[in-house]
Write a protein that binds this ligand. Structure first.
Ligand SMILES: NC(=O)C1=CN([C@@H]2O[C@H](COP(=O)(O)OP(=O)(O)OC[C@H]3O[C@@H](n4cnc5c(N)ncnc54)[C@H](O)[C@@H]3O)[C@@H](O)[C@H]2O)C=CC1
Ligand SMILES: O=C(CO)COP(=O)(O)O
Length: 286
C-alpha cells in the first residue's frame, strides 16, 4: 500500500485540548504538516511520557508522534502561556480558529456544542466556531490513510480557514455552512452504530446492518457489493476489462460514472471522488 507523504503547511500555532485517541490523532496530523502543536492532556503521566518519547502511553500506543508536538498540562493553559507562546491575533478580523471535533448531545438539555457555545460565549464566538466530523477513525488518520471529513461553520470563510489548516493530500476537507446538520449527523450516527453492532452481534448480515443508513453504506462497505468489488480489484491492480469479463454479474456503477461526469460538468459542481472514478474508468476504456 502507498501512503501519501504529508505536505508541509507550517507556521500556525495550534493548541489541541485532549490527548485521547482523537485529540492526539489530530495533534499528530497537524504536527505532520509542520505546524507548531501543543497538546493539552489532563493526566501528568501522559504529558511527561509524551515529551520524553513522543508516544502516548494510553492511546494510539504504536504511533510515534512528530517532534513538532509538545504536550502541556495537566493544568489548563494560563493567560501567560496563551499570550507568550501562542500569541493569538487580537485583530477582530483575524481571530484564532476555534475548531470542535466532539460528537454528541448534552444529556439533560439536548443541546449541541454550537448551542452550548452560543449560550456560554455569545453569538460572535459561535459564529466563528467550526466543526469537523468524520468518517475518520483516529488510528487510520495517523497512518495517513486517505480520509475525507466535513468541515462546517456558519460562514464559508471560517470553514475554509479550518479546512486549509487540516488539508493534506490524504486528508480531504469538504466545507459547508450547516454546522447543526453536521453535528446532528455525527451525534445520531453513533446510536445507529450501536444498533448496527447489535445486528452483527446477533449474527445478521449486511442488509440488516445497513438498515437506517441505506444503500450507500451497504455498497460502500461490503465485499458482497459488485461495485465495491470492481473498485477493490482495480485498487489491487487488475485491468477494468478483465474485471468486467470475470465478475460474472453487472456492476452498474461503471457505466454510471460516465453519466455522473456529465451531470457534474453540467451543474458545475465539485465532486472530486466521482470525477476521479470516472476519469480512471474512461482512461482504461480507451
Ligand atoms: N476516535 C475517533 O476516531 C474519533 C472520535 N471523535 C470524537 O472525538 C471525541 C473524543 O473521542 P476520543 O478522543 O476518541 O475519546 P477517548 O476516550 O480516546 O479520549 C477522550 C479524552 O478526553 C479526556 N476527558 C474525558 N473527560 C474529560 C473531562 N471531563 N475533562 C477533560 N478531559 C476529559 C480523557 O482523559 C481522554 O484523554 C468524541 O466526541 C468522539 O465522538 C470524532 C471522530 C473520530
Ligand atoms: O466517529 C468516529 C469516526 O468518524 C469514531 O466512531 P466511534 O466513536 O464509534 O469509534
Amino acid at each position: 500500500m502507498v501512503y501519501s507523504k504529508p505536505q508541509p503547511n507550517g507556521n500556525s500555532k495550534v493548541l489541541v485540548f485532549g490527548a485521547g485517541n482523537f485529540g492526539s490523532c489530530l495533534a499528530s496530523h497537524l504536527g505532520d504538516s509542520q505546524h507548531e502543536v501543543y497538546m493539552w492532556a489532563r493526566e501528568e503521566r501522559i504529558v511527561k511520557h509524551f515529551n520524553l518519547s513522543h508516544r502516548n502511553p494510553i492511546y494510539l500506543q504504536d504511533h510515534v508522534f512528530p517532534s513538532t508536538i509538545t504536550a502541556v498540562g495537566p493544568e489548563l493553559p494560563n493567560k501567560a502561556f496563551i499570550n507568550n507562546t501562542l500569541k493569538p491575533s487580537l485583530d477582530v478580523e483575524n481571530l484564532p480558529l476555534l475548531i470542535f471535533v466532539n460528537k454528541g448531545i448534552e444529556v439533560g438539555t439536548n443541546a449541541l456544542t454550537l448551542e452550548i457555545i452560543a449560550d456560554t460565549c455569545g453569538p460572535d464566538i459561535a459564529k466563528a466556531a467550526t466543526f469537523i466530523s468524520g468518517p475518520s477513525f483516529a488510528k487510520e488518520i495517523v497512518q495517513r490513510q486517505p480520509t475525507s471529513v466535513s468541515v462546517a461553520s456558519l460562514t464559508e470563510l471560517e470553514a475554509t480557514k479550518a479546512a486549509a489548516l487540516f488539508h493534506q493530500p490524504h486528508f480531504r476537507c469538504y466545507t459547508g455552512v450547516d454546522p447543526i446538520g453536521i453535528e446532528l449527523s455525527g451525534a445520531l450516527k453513533n446510536v445507529y452504530a450501536i444498533a448496527s453492532g447489535m445486528a452483527d452481534g446477533l449474527g445478521y448480515e449486511n442488509n440488516t446492518r445497513a438498515t437506517g443508513v441505506g444503500d450507500l453504506f451497504l455498497t460502500c462497505s461490503s465485499s458482497n457489493s459488485r461495485n465495491y468489488t470492481v473498485g477493490y480489484r482495480l485498487g489491487q491492480g487488475e485491468k477494468l476489462d478483465v474485471i468486467m469479463k470475470t465478475l460474472g454479474s453487472v456492476a452498474e456503477g461503471v457505466p454510471t460514472t460516465k453519466g455522473v461526469k456529465k451531470i457534474i460538468e453540467e451543474l458545475g459542481i465539485s465532486a472530486p471522488i466521482a470525477n476521479s472514478v470516472s476519469d480512471r474508468n474512461i482512461k482504461e476504456a480507451k
